[in-house]
Design a protein. Structure first.
Length: 94
């Protein structure tokens, strides 16, 4: 972990009470609960942002090349993988 710094967070009394209840139930401090919540939120949003960027890049690639696999081809490939079978990635085509 890098250098720690203090950040102020304003919560209404109802939210503050909720945080305190969770902290007590988990035998953690309210500070720990809030830090954990922020960390999980940021990680989730970073994953969503990576997914969004990857989707936009894939769409741009498709628009440029026209290369793709059909839903049926992808489904068949994934079904083999789910069944634990060796499956070669479907070839892209126009």
């Amino acid at each position: 972990m890098g250098t720690l710094s203090t950040t102020s967070l304003k919560l209404d009394s109802a939210m503050k009470a909720r945080v305190h209840r969770i902290a007590a139930a988990r035998r953690r401090s309210p500070h720990w609960v809030m830090r954990e919540a922020v960390e999980q939120y940021v990680e989730r949003e970073e994953k969503r942002e990576r997914f969004r960027r990857d989707a936009l890049a894939a769409w741009a690639e498709y628009q440029t090349t026209g290369l793709h696999v059909t839903a049926e081809e992808a489904d068949a490939w994934l079904a083999k993988l789910e069944a634990g079978k060796h499956a070669t990635t479907p070839k892209c085509h126009v």
